[in-house]
Design a protein around this ligand. Sequence first.
Ligand code: SF4
Length: 289
Amino acid sequence: MKRLIEIDPDAGFCPGVVSAIEKAEEILAKDGRILCLGELVHNEEELKRLERKGLVTITHDEIKDATFEKLLIRAHGEPPETYKLVEDHHVDLEDATCPVVLKLQERIRKAFQEMKKKNGCVVIFGKKNHPEVIGLNGQTENNAIVVLEDEDLQRIDFAKPLQLFSQTTMDKGHYDEIAGKIEQNLLKANNKEYKIHKSVCGKVANRVEGLKAFAGKHDVMVFVSGRKSSNGKFLYSVCKRANENSIWVSSESDLNPDDFRSVEKVGVSGATSTPTWLMKKIAEKIRSY
Ligand code: SF4
């Protein structure tokens, strides 16, 4: 049987990840080594490829041992404390924070200054321990209220001025839902002094409709991403809703030939941190079954 395997034309790295990797590769080509604070991308296969070229992932505790070394800050960004640590230990900084995240950090910083004067608060919709959220919360001296689920809203004083932002990689639908609940509570408290900011990255939000249609037109949908990618988790759930026969894999070793028996149309897609070379490799493997 002739099997059609199609790679999602909208999949592949987002611009923030592309430029962080390009920056790392440029330095690796010159120096053969660069340190990176945390995993450069939430994709094990791409990390292994870069590690073979000399990329070394370090933790915040290891910054003190990195004097005079080149250290890359990844697309997610960092809180001000990290920049201070880097400066104190004379580390040579290469900042690859995504410009979209940088802009958001700036907006949150400004909102926090405003809220401080009015005894109000900054609320961030996102995952408390996600590196981007740690960087965003750092702009508020770690005073933001980070919310993810309905029960987290209990920590908000709805009588006070408020500004709400989202982590860039969150599901836009979920953000709108939480924002709607926050707004209802504010209005109930007769509080009109609030701002709900649009800050879900267009690169993530705009993929949903296309991915739904792509997943729906294939018999089996293979979604490729690292297990730690928050955007990966979300986009996989979009696939699963559109196509029951969706499979999440991190590499070709996760594939099971039995899943493709008598299957005519296979779609392959990935997260914003999934390299195109990996999706092509996976498509090749499926072709060989
Ligand atoms: S998903 Fe958007 S905000 Fe996040 S790194 Fe990519 S381009 Fe930047």
